[in-house]
Design a protein around this ligand. Sequence first.
Ligand code: ZN
Ligand code: ZN
Length: 389
Amino acid sequence: MKANCWMGRNTVEVREVPDPVILNSRDAIVRVTSTSICGSDLHLYDGYMPTMEKGDILGHEFMGEVVEVGSKVSTLKVGDRVVVPFPIACGNCTSCEHGLYSLCENSNPNAGLAEKFMGHTPSGVFGYSHMLGGYPGGQAQYARVPFADVGPIKIEDDLPDEKVLFLSDILPTGWMGAEMCDIKPGDTIAVWGAGPVGQFAVASAYLMGAERVICIDRFPYRLRTAERAGAEPLNYQEVDVLDALRDITAGRGPDACIDAVGMEAHHPVPAMYAYDRAKQAARLETERPYALREAILACRNGGIVSVIGVYGGLIDKFPMGSLMNRSLTLRGGQCHVQRYLKPLLKKIRKDEIDPSFVISHRMALEDAPRGYEMFKNKMDDCNKIVLTP
Ligand SMILES: [Zn+2]
Ligand SMILES: [Zn+2]
């Protein structure tokens, strides 16, 4: 089959690789019909996530048709259409039983590696480094889906791929980012990052009752898409974000702040950017956490900072004094996608949300290398790319 493979920094290549086969009785093989490139794939592309190896198949957002099931998968049959969540979860461990699927205790065969970096291991993830299991991803014609009796959700034939594909990651991730804010009617929420996850966080915050949602970015086209979801745009290259948020909230600050940016944030002050960029390049810190620092400083006293942007390791100059003295709550997590699939599918079916509004480009899988380059460099107003194998 053909698959999009990580071949080193800034290099992906669509290569001919062996077809996946059933390895465990709870596996299924899915013929991928749609897959997408995620902002978090860029952290791999840019070489900032450790433990990638040449030839690793990328992709954690995919859906398709079941073509084979293991003997213990009774919930799926050949021919079913499914969306596959990005965290791989067994459904039986303590974390899974508590709905914390991205913390599954049984799905990362390289747990020891992750423990060295993070203390304990999260779940395995498709196409996202050996530290997170070394699982081949879904930017391919076929994918092996472990614990197929737990993760994939069946999709009725009348819903097109583009409306449901993002259940695999970015829609539930944006939703969970807003959910972690404990939004009450009248709340003002600020979202750093007007990429697709930020755009979904904006839409979710309104669905949860927020009064105002402000979205912060520097690309006008991304801010315009967030505006379509209802956001008030704030371009950090034009205004001082902390001042602007103070003005908007009568001096108090937003009730909750969502970091939908993560480890490769950009900073408008060249000296600040150069400082973290250099330390990151020298591996003295692994992140450029401007969005997170700003979200903490902006948040109102006693408010919540919700982190859904991806971080890999250690950060510098963390404003702990602000967090502690002002009684802030810091929350974060890889999305526990499995627990949001049914409720969000229902919202899509009822037309409360149509996630396809984030799509800007459609390409064949073979064009993945061009897609990564376009998405990374924000060429042609690239917001979200769907690949068809
Ligand atoms: Zn993703
Ligand atoms: Zn589990």
